[in-house]
Ligand binder design. Structure first.
Ligand SMILES: C[S@@+](CC[C@H](N)C(=O)[O-])C[C@H]1O[C@@H](n2cnc3c(N)ncnc32)[C@H](O)[C@@H]1O
Length: 266
């Protein structure tokens, strides 16, 4: 994370999350920092930023307070729109601020063509069934101005998978292999400017780790054990140790379990 210029964003987001009374997460430590880094590079007071499927994310309010762009935290789910509105209250933002939480469907955005400078979708479009992810990408291209930027983060795997339900998300989720990333998310109007994939540490390191924690892991995958035991809620401050210790970053999707993609519209 240090080499990729992400660690300083993790630290700022960690402190921001504390203000919002939200936990940090082993994978979001990377995805959110990657997103914040790109937002920091392209947003300013005159620009427009739209986050898609904001959920409980600290990123929209973080970037708003840093860059003061007109910011839209958007969602399909009212519960999460209320969550983003509660963040406004916690941070002392009012209706006079240029921060709006509003309902948007990623596949049918209300924004005009070429009206947005920065779009982000953090772990969102993999949850839209059918060709929803492809339609969302077309919408992101439509609303972005030429030169505007897009950050998308998604889970990846050796083979393309669609799950109707997982133990960590009560709904549809797909994981992308390298071919699906190309065919579903990459588009001729979008130039890739950075791609970072989350991969396991070396087999020897992982073997030593699994041996040291054999009693805890009982042969299961370390991240499954973390989530299934609810330790992500109980011990969230430990998440950065797991992120730094057990996730390597690579520019190659081979063997990865998650990807962060930053594009620029041509
Ligand atoms: C796994 S959560 C991620 C939330 C947040 N981006 C984060 O980083 O924690 C996925 C979110 O996508 C939202 N979502 C699902 N389908 C959507 C759609 N068609 N348009 C916009 N948001 C959608 C869900 O309501 C959910 O909050």
């Amino acid at each position: 994370m240090l080499r990729e210029g992400l660690l300083q964003y993790w630290w700022m987001l960690y402190r921001h999350s504390k203000l919002l009374k939200q936990r940090t997460d082993i994978f979001r430590n990377i995805e959110d920092s990657f997103t914040a880094k790109h937002g920091d590079l392209c947003l300013s007071a005159g620009s427009v930023y739209v986050d898609i499927g904001s959920g409980s994310s600290p990123v929209p309010t973080f970037l708003y307070q840093r860059r003061h762009a007109k910011t839209y935290a958007t969602e399909m789910d009212r519960k999460y729109l209320d969550r983003q509105k509660s963040y406004m209250e916690m941070l002392g933002l009012s209706k006079r601020d240029s921060f709006v939480a509003q309902r948007e469907d990623a596949t049918r955005l209300s924004f005009a063509d070429g009206s947005v400078d920065f779009v982000t979708a953090i772990s969102t479009i993999e949850h839209i069934p059918g060709d929803g992810d492809i339609r969302a990408m077309a919408e992101f291209v439509r609303v972005l101005r030429p030169g505007g930027r897009l950050v998308v983060t998604v889970p990846t795997a050796a083979n393309y998978i669609e799950n109707q339900l997982t133990f960590y998300y009560a709904g549809f989720e797909r994981r992308y292999d390298a071919a699906a990333l190309q065919s579903r998310l990459f588009r001729p109007e979008l130039k890739i400017i950075e791609q970072l994939y989350m991969v396991s540490p070396s087999p020897e390191f992982l073997r030593q780790f699994e041996e040291a924690f054999a009693e805890t892991l009982q042969g299961a995958n370390w991240s499954d054990v973390w989530y299934k035991n609810g330790w992500h809620d109980e011990y969230p401050d430990v998440s950065i140790l797991l992120t730094l210790g057990l996730i390597r970053l690579s520019e190659d999707p081979a063997g990865s379990f998650g990807g962060c993609l930053a594009f620029e519209k041509q």
